[in-house]
Structure formats: C-alpha cells, structure tokens
Design a binder for this molecule. Structure first.
Ligand SMILES: [Zn+2]
Length: 492
C-alpha cells in the first residue's frame, strides 16, 4: 500500500472533515489513584504494585485526594462545570496488562462537563472548541513486546502503571482541520502545564491522544462514519495522521465505497494509518457503578478553594503582558511558552528601569544568539539578571547598543554571564565633553548640506550627526551626552 494519490482540491473541498479529540493525561501525584503505591515512571518493572492496583480479591480502593485535586484544577482551567456528585464506574474488558479485568473510570456522571478552549484561526481570530467532559480514571499496565531475547515468542508485562491516576478530556466534534486539532492540543497541554497537574511528557506516555475523524459532504445533516486514530505520540503526528485520514476517507467515498468504523494506528515512518481492528459498534464495556467506591461529592466550598488556587492561565497572561510590556502577540507567546519562563522573566523585568527593554533584549539579542546556535533558553550563558543589568546600562546611557552587542558576543563566545563580562571588559566610554565636541565640529564641517537641512527644520537630521560621531568614536561616545551636545551645537 502507498499514500493515496493527492486528491484534487476541487474534490477535497466538496467534503467537510469532522474531528473530535480524546486526550488521556496522567496526573502528577506522588501515589496512585486508589492505593499508596508510588506513581513513578521508570522504576524497575513490577515494583510499584500492591493487592489494590492488581485487583486481588478482598482489596479495596480508596480515592487519592491529590488526584481529585488535580482533576478539579484541570476541569476549572478548561472552563468545565464540575459536578457536585459524580460516580465511579467499572469499565470491563479483558487484556493481559489489566489484571483486574476492569478499569475504574467514570461513565454517565463524569467529574466535569461543558468546557472549552479557544484556538487561533488563520484569519487572526479565534474559534471556540467545546469540551464535552473530563472524567477521572486509572491507567492500565504495559505490555512489552520487544527488547528481550525471546520477544519474538513472548510478551512481558510491567504492571507499575496499573492504577496511575488519569483524566480523560473529550472534545466536542467541533474541529474541522488538522491545524485546528494541533492548536487545540497545543493550548490544552499549555493549560495543563501551567496548572501543574501533569508533566504532559508524551514520550513517557503522560499525555496520549486519540483522534476521531470523519468526513461528510458539505451541508450534509449527519456525520460520516468515523475512524479512530489511536495513541499518536506527538502533536505533529496527530496533525499528519488527521490529514492522511481525511484524504483516505474522501478517496474511499469518491470511489463509491464506505468508510468502516474502526481503530487505526499511525505509522510515522510510512506517514499513513493502518487498520487495527474493526470496531463495528461501540465496545460493550458493561459499565456499572463501582461498588467499592461511594459517590464522589465535590462541595461548593472545595470547588471555590480550588478555583482560587488556579494560576493566571496562558491566554490571560499573554493578554496582560502584551499590554504591560507593549509586546507583539508573537513575542508574548514566546515569553509565556512556559509558566516557569514567564515567571523568571517577569520577576527580573520588574526590577529593571524598563521592563519592556528587558523583553526586547531577551527576545532579540539573547534569543537571536540562542537560535543561531540551536540552544534552548535554559542553556543561555546570560541570566535574566544579566539581561536586566544590560538593559539598565543601556537605559542609563552607560553603554551604546553597539557595545552591548559586542558584550553579548563575548558572553556567548566564552559562556559567561553578562555581569562578569561587563566587569572585565567594561568598555571605555568617551564622557569627556571637549573630546566629543571636537568630533562633532569635524562632522558638522564636513557635512554643510545636512546642517542646512537641519536648520531648515528637518530635526530628524540630528540622528545623522549622532551616527557619524558614534562611528568616528568607534561606538565609544556616551550616547546620552552625545545626543545632548549634537543638538546644542546644531542649534547654536
Ligand atoms: Zn498499588
């Protein structure tokens, strides 16, 4: 099998894709959802297990209060209404890595419902993607199919993951393009990270995404038959998998066939999805209320306490920082890319004479050099305090922007912070008025035409003279003093 032949845009645009996303998120609790076992990735196999998470007869689950706290915070952060009374339910199925034979989940009475995430659209607006529900559940164990000498004939089980607390967040089928899906996931992950309920590490499986994709003729009243693309482990792959599925399904319909309701797996190496198993109808999980757990009651007081604990969320923070530091949306997005980075920036910027200049230096001078070297922000030799010092020196006219660039160059060449480099290489500045005046006189004498223009009212011409003298002084003229003297000479 190969990629479907590229469909003509005139064919594709007859159809409307309908996409819904299901995201599983592991919560960052110390212990598991219903027992005291460590909730820790990377432990030796089958060491973090007990009768409760193995579902041995006679064992009883007890809900981890921290798991409820994190699930509640996540619900509020995505605008959901939290139910006062939700019900845990057993989801029954047989699978080797599920020794209990069921997962504790929630079914018709989930913890939270009716949330939303706003995503940016191509035309600069926003679109609201509804969230149907957020429910709590526990993870299953892991089957290990490779890495052992006899992996060809045997499967190994690691049950450490059994009972890891999860929330599942289900979107409404509001998504219409692969890009919208990508934006939704990016924003959801950002919100969860800001709320600190999960590390959202996709490589370790802390965040997993299934995409339900169908297509229908534009204007058709009913949804088409959907295929579910399971467990795609990066947002870029989710986008690619959805794009592939849309084309595949349109091609099936165009050639007179029917889309089969099934689960499909994304193969990143081949850039296509494969049928996993047919899913003629919804699995019969024989849900019933979990008899070992009472109804979950979330009081109004508890909810309000959790609401008060919510941090400023990314979207609100971006809007505030755009106003406060006069940033453009792109720079604001960079500065708020993580809560930690935004916190470090704001803590530093507030101590500076001009917080806006700190933002500019961080993004342009430091950010540009990091980009050129392919380094992350954490690898920067220049600390936030170093950037504040540089910004203040520039503001006070103690260094020119050219000198600042040179000092930053040294920082990056030697891997040293700005304060140390500045102390050692503190540029000599010409602050002697008479020396500067002599240079200004020379420039004025050499450019009579520009002097005439200035005196005829073209005040911006002063910048020309400042530039010329700065050049003649090899960037060492004190910029504040130079400005003042140039104006005085030209007006005199
Ligand atoms: Zn346990």
């Amino acid at each position: 099998m190969t990629m479907p032949a590229a469909l003509a845009p005139s064919v594709l645009c007859k159809y409307e894709p309908v996409i819904g996303l299901e995201v599983h998120v592991q919560l960052l609790t110390e212990t598991k959802a219903f027992c005291g076992c460590a909730n820790h990735f990377g432990s030796a196999p089958n060491t973090n297990i007990c009768p409760v998470c193995l579902g041995l007869p006679g064992s009883l689950p007890v809900l981890n209060a921290k798991a409820l706290e994190f699930a509640t915070l996540a619900s509020l952060a995505i605008g959901c209404e939290v139910r006062e009374r939700s019900i845990f339910a057993r989801k029954n199925y047989f699978y080797p890595d599920l020794p209990k034979g069921y997962q504790i989940s929630q079914y018709d009475k989930p913890l939270a419902e009716r949330g939303f995430i706003d995503v940016p659209t191509a035309d600069g607006g926003t679109k609201r993607i509804g969230i149907t529900r957020l429910h709590m559940e526990e993870d299953a164990g892991k089957s290990i199919h490779d890495g052992f000498a006899d992996s060809a004939t045997r499967t190994y089980l690691d049950l450490n993951r059994c009972g890891t607390p999860l929330v599942e967040i289900v979107s409404e089928p509001d998504i219409r393009t692969a890009d919208e899906a990508f934006e939704y996931l990016t924003r959801l992950k950002e919100i969860l990270l800001y709320t600190r309920v999960s590390d959202c590490n996709m490589e370790e499986g802390s965040l997993r995404c299934d995409a339900n994709v169908s297509v229908r003729l534009k204007g058709a009243p009913q949804f088409g038959t959907k295929a579910e693309v399971k467990n795609v482990n990066s947002f870029r792959f989710v986008r690619a998998a959805i794009e592939y599925e849309i084309e595949r399904q349109v091609e099936v319909l165009e050639s007179g066939g029917h889309v089969i309701q099934e689960s499909r797996l994304w193969n990143a190496a081949e850039g296509r999805t494969y049928s996993m198993r047919s899913k003629e109808q919804a699995h019969d999980y024989r849900y019933f209320p979990e008899p070992d757990l009472p109804p979950l009651i979330v009081s109004h007081e508890y909810l309000e306490r959790k609401r008060a604990e919510l941090p400023e969320l990314p979207e609100a923070r971006r809007a505030r920082m755009i106003a406060e530091y006069e940033l453009n949306p792109k720079d604001a997005a960079t500065l708020t890319s993580s809560r930690e980075f935004a916190d470090r920036f704001e803590a530093a910027a507030r101590t500076a004479r001009s917080p806006r200049r700190v933002a500019n230096l961080l993004l342009s001078e430091v950010g540009g050099r990091l980009n050129a070297l392919g380094l992350e922000q954490e690898q920067s030799p220049v600390s936030m305090a170093g950037i504040v010092l540089a910004a203040d020196l520039l503001d006070e006219g103690k260094i020119s922007s050219k000198q600042l660039k040179q000092l930053f160059d040294v920082c990056f060449e030697k891997g040293e912070d700005f304060a140390a480099v500045y102390e050692r290489e503190k540029p000599e500045q010409i602050t002697d008025s008479s020396a500067l005046e002599a240079m200004i006189d020379e420039v004025i004498a050499a450019n009579p035409k520009q002097v005439e223009q200035y005196r005829a009212g073209k005040r911006t011409m002063a910048g020309f003279f400042v530039g010329q003298v700065m050049k003649a002084s090899k960037g060492q003229a004190n910029p504040g003093l130079l400005n003042e003297l140039v104006t005085r000479k030209l007006d005199g």
